[in-house]
Design a protein around this ligand. Structure first.
Ligand SMILES: Nc1ncnc2c1ncn2[C@@H]1O[C@H](COP(=O)(O)OP(=O)(O)OP(=O)(O)O)[C@@H](O)[C@H]1O
Ligand SMILES: [Mg+2]
Length: 255
């Protein structure tokens, strides 16, 4: 089960004087343990900035972030992180790359054999354990990166447009895997996407963020049955959610 994530009046400014950029906030959001929350907002509104601050990889200008009740003031090794560009190293196999995330955290890969095998199977990469990244398609590389992000059983998982560079069909398949993975173990997931449909399909709540400086404008609770498969996605209820979000972005003038 996941950890709570509390974002309390967080702001971020980059640069100084004439170069100062107000990137984000004040933004507040309380994510419950085991929730799947999406951050949806126009390019440049501060989504990645917020993710880096939650991971403790970037300082805040103001405000407070707590993960599992503890203030974030240094890089957190207990969260799982995945960005649009994966972090697979070319000289290691799929399995070796997943193990790398354990080694970096001082964990013993031998204790995680079964976990690694199960994860690789759950993202349909069995048979490719000993292949190197260059032998995999883009979608397969992202699947391997999911295993990296999850192998140490993080209570909190930060996913910043992990499917952004993939084709529509692969995206659809990996979304389904992601939904299953989340339903099985219920970590707290914060998921950045540009896709309204993806956010509605996966999330318990969708946070709609304004153009820069990003503020959380609306939080929509998505009350749809799971697993959200093609049938759910073609329901009038699903379409009503996507329309509602489209209307908000239309109001900003971004679509
Ligand atoms: N290291 C940095 N130095 C200076 N400005 C930065 C830095 N990182 C981000 N910014 C600025 O902060 C703003 C928010 O950037 P951020 O990357 O968080 O946006 P985003 O919402 O993730 O956008 P996208 O959807 O395109 O990924 C942008 O205006 C960007 O130029
Ligand atoms: Mg970004």
């Amino acid at each position: 089960m996941g950890a709570t994530v509390e974002i309390d009046s967080v702001t971020k400014f980059f640069g100084e004087g004439a170069d100062e950029v107000h990137a984000l906030g004040p933004a507040s959001l309380s994510v419950e343990a085991g929730e799947f929350v999406s951050l949806l907002g126009p390019s440049g509104c501060g989504k990645s900035t917020l993710m880096l601050m939650i991971a403790g990889l970037l300082d805040r200008t103001d405000g407070e972030i707590r993960v599992g009740g503890k203030s974030v003031d240094a890089p957190r090794t207990d969260v799982g992180i995945m960005f649009q560009d994966n972090t697979l190293v070319p000289w290691r196999t799929v399995e070796g790359n997943v193990e790398l995330q354990l080694e970096l955290r001082g964990l013993e890969p031998a204790d995680y054999r079964q976990r690694i095998a199960e994860l690789i199977k759950s993202v349909h990469l069995q048979g490719f354990e000993q292949r190197h990244p260059y032998e995999l398609s883009g979608g397969m590389q992202q699947r391997a990166a999911f295993c990296q992000a999850l192998v140490h059983k993080p209570e909190t998982v930060l996913l910043d447009e992990p499917l952004g560079k993939l084709d529509a069909m692969t995206r659809e398949l990996i979304r389904a895997d992601l939904q299953t993975l989340w339903m099985d173990t219920r970590p707290t997931v914060i998921f950045v996407t540009h896709s309204i449909e993806e956010a509605v399909q996966l999330s318990s709540r969708v946070c709609v963020i304004t153009p820069r400086p990003g503020r959380i404008e609306r939080i929509l609770e998505i009350d749809l049955p799971r697993p959200r498969d093609l049938e759910v996605k073609s329901s009038p209820e699903f379409t009503a959610y996507t329309r509602e979000i489209q209307a908000i972005f239309h109001g900003y003038g971004v679509i």
